[in-house]
Design a protein around this ligand. Sequence first.
Ligand code: C5P
Length: 259
Amino acid sequence: MLVTDTVILDGITTGVSTGSDPEQISRKSVLINMTSQIVPVITIDGPSGAGKGTIAQNVASELGFHILDSGSLYRLTALASLNADLDLTNESAISEIALNLPVVFKPTSSGLQILLSGKDVSETIRKEEIGMRASKVAAIPAVRDALLARQRGFLENPGLVADGRDLGTTIFPDAPLKVFMTASAEERAERRYKQLKAKGINANIAALVKDLKLRDEQDANRAVSPLKPAADAIQIDTTEMGIDEVTQMVLDLVKQRLA
Ligand code: C5P
């Protein structure tokens, strides 16, 4: 199948999940297992702040594909478990939360709105402390299991661009194109700093570098689905590259791999 034949140029399509009916999700994943050979999926993995989300959005928008920001599911689990006052040692209760996340991803003219139990948490889940808790929650094997079917549930025609840490290794191991995107910790912190500044949020570069390195270390050293490139992933170091250049590089790879 030629992906370039199916290009829809205006706007990004987005996976929408009501997420509250695990039975519905598992029915859907059965269906997806049956069709996963024909729905193209592009995985973009890598450490925090490497620009995966921006590139995934650009590529999905160019191709008219759906998008999965898998990190948001771990962030939502972190936030919901914090709201429920759950200790991180309460793994069964946290994985129950992950399994039944009442989340809706709602496309709007200004981007994707993320509703948790009907409340807009799009900004809240991006906070550094939620990212750090997400990294701890993500190390719980039962949480990863609970989110597996939900992530595969985003796979729909005409295709999916999925970003995270283990999309190429665990969630979509048969993906025809896997990208592993990196950048130096200093460059990633600088990008995060600029994003936060643009939103009027005060930040400190040294603290951001420290947080990113700590999160990378936690993500790379956990026992289940650690952060690492799939054996067949194409690695792109974006430290010296601009967004347009990386987007074009991935689109060129799509042409080669999905033709
Ligand atoms: O990508 P993002 O920074 O939003 O992810 C937040 C955290 O969620 C990561 O630090 C990582 O611990 C976890 N995560 C994961 N597997 C994924 C996506 C995110 O473990 N596929």
